[in-house]
Write a protein that binds this ligand. Structure first.
Ligand code: ZN
Length: 267
């Protein structure tokens, strides 16, 4: 099974571009804090962020292991899947890995301890149950699961998935996860990717059938960074410059989530 990569925080001072949040997410329920005007220093010192790059590069070669059913509390799901790909063969697993690699140094520069749920893109798994357990065992302050969708070819855009309230499973993390979703949505609006026009509501989607969400005991969201089956989205998703903007959006969102607004019981 894959080992967990843990890296020590460093203390480099980095100023990130604040997320523009000129639009109102449909599900905003609390007063939206003003965009962070500066994140100079190391606002994430003492915080742990788990990045979960979805899927894995060799999942396709292990259909039986990957296809094994696992219990996610609200039903059963495959241990993992091969993930989506662009029409010309750029795999979602590669995309999520590359974005994760670009995000780690940004978060570390902000002082965070970062844990990845897989150590490379050359293996298979781990199961979604194990990925969720890593976030829990790390005592993560936030978990971001990185994905890109395989939607209809005409459909464009990103959406952020947060856990539905499932009594006994997610009722303790749903509110904070929704707040994390709002932070990520607002930050991601600063990229060139539009809000999804083929799924969800205004770029948000609530799910009770994703093990990464249902089994989490810490705030968690999935980023579906765009639609790999759409040519325009695909060209963006595989562009290194755009991947950098995704990483910046994730880092901005984590800072926003962990340093402003309602701290609730997260700390
Ligand atoms: Zn995925």
């Amino acid at each position: 099974m894959e080992s967990t990569v843990t890296t020590e925080p460093i203390t480099t001072t980095t100023v990130l571009t604040p997320a523009t949040s000129t639009t109102n997410p449909a599900i905003t329920t609390t007063a939206a804090p003003a965009p962070t005007t500066t994140t100079a220093g190391a606002p994430l010192v003492g915080r742990t962020v788990v990045l979960d790059p979805g899927h894995n590069g060799m999942n396709w070669a292990h259909p039986e292991e990957i296809g094994r059913e696992v219990d996610i509390g609200t039903g059963t799901k495959a241990c993992n899947t091969t993930g989506a790909s662009t029409n010309d063969g750029y795999a979602e697993a590669t995309f999520t890995w590359e974005v994760g690699q670009r995000t780690v140094p940004l978060l570390e520069a902000l002082g965070a301890k970062v844990v990845l749920t897989r150590s490379d893109n050359d293996g298979w798994g781990p199961c979604i149950t194990e990925r969720a357990a890593m976030g829990n065992e790390a005592g993560a302050d936030a978990v971001i699961s990185i994905h890109a969708d395989g939607g209809p070819e005409q459909g464009r855009g990103f959406h952020v998935i947060f856990p539905a309230v499932v009594p006994g499973l997610t009722d303790d993390i749903a509110t904070e996860s929704q707040r994390l979703a709002e932070s990520l949505h607002a930050a991601y609006r600063a990229t060139e990717m539009p809000i999804a026009d083929y799924i969800g509501v205004e770029g948000f989607s609530e799910r009770d059938d994703l093990g990464g969400l249902t089994l989490s005991d810490v705030p968690v969201v999935f980023l579906e960074a765009g639609n790999m089956r759409n040519k325009t989205d695909a060209d963006l998703l595989r562009d290194p410059g755009f991947q950098d903007s995704i990483a910046l959006a994730i880092a901005d969102a984590v800072v926003e989530f962990l340093t402003s607004g309602l701290r609730a019981d997260n700390r």
